[in-house]
Ligand binder design. Structure first.
Ligand code: FMN
Length: 352
C-alpha cells in the first residue's frame, strides 16, 4: 500500500470508530468536576446582559470556543469541514481543521480544507503532526497554512497514539528543533496541541522558549487516542489497556500551563458549558471540543452541530450569571474552590 492510501484508510477508520464506538476514557476523568464554582445568589444583572465576547488568534469571538481538529483529506471530510466552518461563522467561534498530512503528500487534496469562504470572520487553524513536520521542509508547511488562508497552524503532539499504532512513528527526536524552525517561519501563528494526554509545565516551558504562542492542553478525560488505535487494531470493545487511560487530566494540565503566559485553550473531554466555564476559570482563553461536534454532525449535519454548540454557549451564559460574571474577563478572575484529586495534584506539584 502507498503511504497516501495508508493515511486515507487511517483517517476514514478514525472517523468511523469515533462516530460509532466507545472511545472515551473510562476510569480517568478530566478532573474539571474538582473545580467548584461559587454560586452567587445575588447576581444583580440580566441574563441578556451576559457577554461571551472574547479574542483568539487576533480575531474577535462571540463565544470563547474552538471546534478542535477532526478531519481532512478524505472524501467524507469535505462536507464535514464545510458544515463545521459554516457553524463556526454563524456562532462566532474558532475552527481547527484536521491534519493536513494528506495535503503534504498530495497538494491537490486541498478541497476538503479550503473552508475560508464559509467562515470569513473567525479564526481558522491548519494542522500537522510534529512527526510529519519533522521530516518536511518548513517552507512546505508554511505553504499549507497560506493555501487555506488559515490564521495559524496547530502542531499536534501524540506520542501515546504513535506508540499504540501498528504503523506508528516512535522516533520523537528533534521535536523542539522542528518547532523552533516553524515558529521562525510562522511567527506568532503556531499553536501546539496535544490530542488527549495533556501537557505538563516542563515541556510547556520548553515550548514557550521555542516561540510557541498558543497552547491547547487537550488533556485526558475525553477522547482516548490509544483507545481509538487499539479498537482499530481489532481489540475487543470491552478490553482496556493501561495506555487507554494514560495522560494528565485536562484540569491539571490547565493548572500546569496557566502561569506560563500562553494564549491558552482548555480541551479534552469538554462536554458542556459548565466544563467550558471551568476551563476559563483555570486560565484558558477558550475551551475546545471535538468528539461531541463530530457526533452531532453524524446525527444531523449542520443543524445538529449548530444546536450542539448553541447548547454549550447557552449553558456557559447561565453559569456566568450564576457566578456573577457579566463578561469573560470577570469569569476568568473567578476564584474557584479546588477539591479532590486536583487539590492533591496541585499540593504535590507545588512541593517540588
Ligand atoms: C475523529 C477525530 C479525528 C481527529 N483528528 C485530529 C487531527 O487530525 N489532528 C489533531 O490535532 N487532532 C485530532 N483529533 C483530536 C482532537 O482535536 C482533540 O484534541 C481530542 O479528540 C480531545 O478532545 P475531545 O475529548 O473533545 O474529543 C481528532 C479527534 C477526533 C474525534
Amino acid at each position: 500500500m502507498t503511504k497516501y492510501a495508508m493515511s486515507q484508510g487511517r483517517k476514514a477508520d478514525h472517523l468511523r470508530i469515533c462516530s460509532e464506538m466507545d472511545v472515551e476514557f473510562r476510569q480517568q476523568s478530566t478532573w474539571l468536576e474538582h473545580v467548584a464554582l461559587l454560586h452567587d445568589a445575588l447576581p444583580e444583572f440580566s441574563l441578556a446582559d451576559v457577554s461571551t465576547e472574547s479574542r483568539f488568534l487576533g480575531r474577535r469571538l462571540r463565544a470563547p470556543l474552538i471546534v478542535t481538529a477532526i478531519s481532512g483529506g478524505v472524501a467524507a471530510a469535505r462536507d464535514l469541514n464545510q458544515d463545521l466552518a459554516r457553524a463556526a461563522q454563524e456562532l462566532g467561534v474558532a475552527f481547527g481543521l484536521g491534519s493536513q498530512r494528506p495535503m503534504l503528500e498530495d497538494p491537490s487534496l486541498i478541497d476538503s480544507y479550503a473552508v475560508r469562504r464559509f467562515a470569513p470572520d473567525v479564526p481558522i487553524l491548519g494542522n500537522i503532526g510534529l512527526q510529519q513536520a519533522a521530516v518536511a521542509d518548513p517552507a512546505d508547511i508554511a505553504r499549507l497554512v497560506a493555501s487555506i488562508k488559515a490564521d495559524g497552524l496547530a502542531v499536534h503532539l501524540n506520542p501515546a497514539q504513535e506508540l499504540s499504532q501498528a504503523e506508528g512513528d516512535t522516533d520523537f527526536s528533534g521535536g523542539l528543533k522542528t518547532l523552533q524552525a516553524l515558529c521562525r517561519r510562522l511567527p506568532g501563528k503556531v499553536m501546539v496541541k496535544e490530542t488527549g494526554c495533556g501537557i505538563s509545565r516542563e515541556p510547556a516551558r520548553r515550548l514557550k522558549a521555542a516561540g510557541v504562542k498558543t497552547l491547547d492542553v487537550a488533556g485526558a478525560g475525553g477522547t482516548s487516542w490509544p483507545r481509538v488505535e487499539n479498537l482499530r487494531k481489532g481489540t475487543a470493545p470491552d478490553q482496556r489497556t493501561w495506555l487507554d487511560e494514560w495522560g494528565i487530566p485536562t484540569a491539571a494540565s490547565l493548572w500546569e500551563a496557566a502561569p506560563l503566559g500562553f494564549e491558552l485553550v482548555g480541551s479534552g473531554g469538554v462536554r458542556s458549558g459548565l466544563d467550558a466555564a471551568r476551563c476559563l476559570v483555570l486560565g484558558a482563553d477558550a475551551a475546545g471540543l471535538a468528539l461531541p461536534v463530530l457526533r452531532a454532525w453524524k446525527r444531523g449535519g449542520y443543524d445538529a452541530v449548530l444546536s450542539c454548540l448553541q447548547g454549550v454557549i447557552a449553558e456557559l451564559k447561565s453559569v456566568m450569571l450564576l457566578v456573577g460574571a457579566r463578561d469573560i474577563a470577570s469569569l476568568r478572575k473567578h476564584k474557584p474552590v479546588i477539591t479532590g484529586r486536583l487539590r492533591e495534584w496541585i499540593n504535590s506539584r507545588s512541593r517540588r
